[in-house]
Design a protein around this ligand. Structure first.
Ligand SMILES: NC(=O)CC[C@H](N)C(=O)O
Length: 342
């Protein structure tokens, strides 16, 4: 149920510890299919109780062995409810995990002061180094929403700010040919290959710490249809002239209600972000299309005049509900309309 494997391999957790509120973790082990990237980038995993037995038809190894092989620290027997309540009260905090028993509390406190997520470019450490083509789609036994796809192929350039593989699988399932490019890939190179659309992916850290990526987004806006997801949405917000800010403890988990203001429908969504776009800072013409119903924050934007759409949350789920998968179809339609109008 908590789908810890996708969370462990989501590059957006780079530089952060993940604390699971579900008390029992590890019972289905780890498998070959549920990887969201080639690596675990998170700082460490904090849980209440590690399952003493592992049982699932897809299981390839235990969670403990998986983390140990990747040199990722995991800690269990922790009062995760108490830490959750503290985080809700005080907001996100800096933590230190150490195996060195000789360290005093003062030394650990000092260590915690040497780290801050604000102002750090964490994207460089997780993005691919060279462009590559992506062809895998969602395996047929897991696919859904497959009706009504018209077999058109659109070429999408996907900026890898820490991209989750399921974004690529869903785009491929919707019939896209995909070229994945590094976060520093120049806009001019993207425009040169004349794709039908550009995807700006999810990614870790502070969106104000990566001005080069905002510049890239700016150079592409208005020239091609674009779709921004999470970090991609925040960078789009900045490129459009808006501001982003750090939230108290952000949105995490697979149960966030979001209202699509165009259809009136509520989607239950997967979310993982610490920053958000301030809608009041956006210029005229930019529409807030989705609102997080827990706190009223901006969960989606569109600028129809420039074929721009973006979501603060995760339509690719993985893990999480599939309510928002249709966003990929909307991106296909944006590319289709733009193609027809040229
Ligand atoms: N999942 C993401 O893309 C995270 C977005 C952003 N870096 C944040 O933490 O707010």
């Amino acid at each position: 149920m908590p789908r810890y494997q996708e969370i462990l391999t989501d590059p957006s957790y780079a530089g952060q510890f993940v604390l699971m509120t579900n008390p029992h973790i590890g019972n289905t082990g780890v498998n070959f299919d549920d990887e969201e990237s080639m690596q675990c980038f998170l700082g460490g995993l904090v849980i209440r109780s590690l399952s003493i037995s592992t049982s699932n038809w897809r299981c390839a190894e235990t969670l403990g062995d998986y983390l140990a092989e990747r040199n990722i620290m995991g800690i269990y027997d922790v009062d995760t409810r108490a830490i959750t309540r503290r985080l809700r009260q005080d907001g996100s905090l800096i933590g230190v995990l150490s195996t060195e028993e000789s360290k005093t509390d003062e030394e650990l406190l000092e260590l915690s002061c040497s780290w801050d997520i604000i102002g750090k470019d964490l994207m460089l450490g997780v993005s691919c180094k060279t462009p590559y083509e992506w062809t895998d789609n969602t395996k047929s036994q897991w696919d859904f929403n497959a009706n009504g796809r018209d077999g058109n192929t659109f070429h999408v350039v996907a900026y890898d700010f820490g991209i989750k593989h399921n974004i690529l699988r869903r785009l491929a399932s919707y019939g896209c040919k995909i070229t994945v490019v590094p976060s520093t890939w120049p806009a001019s190179e993207t425009l040169k290959i004349k794709p039908d659309g550009v995807l700006f992916s999810n990614g870790p850290g502070d969106p104000s710490a990566v001005p080069y990526a905002v510049e890239t987004v700016k150079e592409i806006l208005g020239k091609l249809p674009v779709f921004g997801i999470c970090m991609g949405h925040q960078l789009l917000g900045q490129a459009l002239g808006g501001k982003t800010f750090k939230m108290k403890f952000g949105h995490h988990g697979g149960n966030h209600p979001v209202r699509n203001l165009r259809s009136g429908h509520v989607e239950i969504s997967a979310q993982n972000h610490n920053y958000a776009v301030d809608p009041a800072s956006l210029p005229e013409g930019v529409e807030v299309t989705h609102v997080n119903l827990n706190d009223g924050s901006c969960a989606g934007l569109a600028y129809p005049a420039q074929n721009i759409m973006s979501l603060q949350y995760h339509p690719e789920a993985s893990p999480g509900p599939h309510d928002s998968d249709n966003a990929f179809q909307e991106f296909i339609e944006l590319m289709k309309r733009a193609k027809e109008n040229t």
